[in-house]
Design a protein. Structure first.
Length: 169
């Protein structure tokens, strides 16, 4: 990764929100078809597409399509590898916890192998609130925004503490 602000591709909506919370909207060069928040990401190059039209299919049709695509392709999403390569990211954020939640981790790793220099593919997969805070901190460290990450985490922790105090009364 460069010492300047990295060129970031986010293949996970929550990672997109983390990047933006750290003030790195301008460093975000590519997102998923599901990234729609914050509004600043609308219009960024979209690198993924779903093979399933959940708006027009019944639950049974979606289930069948998911099973068929996972068996045949290993994913229900397509990754625009040509566009990924054209964007020349310094950092790719994704997840490897769930094959039906985003482009498969293996697909992303394979696509990243063609870059001249090694591009880190970082998997964010929180299971707890503490894990979410750790992910924010990790992205902050990777992007040179550790101070901003600490500020975001502290702000979220304060909001949760206020909520807990309110609920206790």
């Amino acid at each position: 990764m460069t010492t300047d602000t990295p060129r970031i591709v986010s293949l996970l909506p929550s990672a997109t929100e983390i990047v933006c919370a750290l003030g790195l909207e301008d460093a975000l060069v590519g997102v998923t078809h599901e990234c729609d928040y914050p509004p600043a990401v609308i219009g960024k190059p979209v690198l993924t597409a779903s093979r399933i039209s959940h708006q027009t299919m019944s639950s049974a049709e979606i289930d069948h399509a998911v099973r068929t695509n996972l068996d045949g392709h290993g994913s229900i999403y397509d990754l625009d590898e040509a566009q990924l390569h054209a964007l020349k990211p310094d950092l790719i954020l994704t997840q490897e916890l769930c094959e039906v939640c985003a482009v498969s981790y293996q697909t992303v790793k394979q696509a990243a192998r063609v870059f001249e220099t090694e591009v880190p593919v970082v998997s964010l997969e929180p299971n707890t609130i503490a894990d979410i805070f750790d992910n924010i901190s990790a992205v902050g460290e990777l992007t040179g925004r550790a101070v901003e990450a600490r500020r975001v985490v502290d702000g979220l922790a304060a909001r949760l503490a206020a909520l807990a105090a309110h609920l206790a009364t």
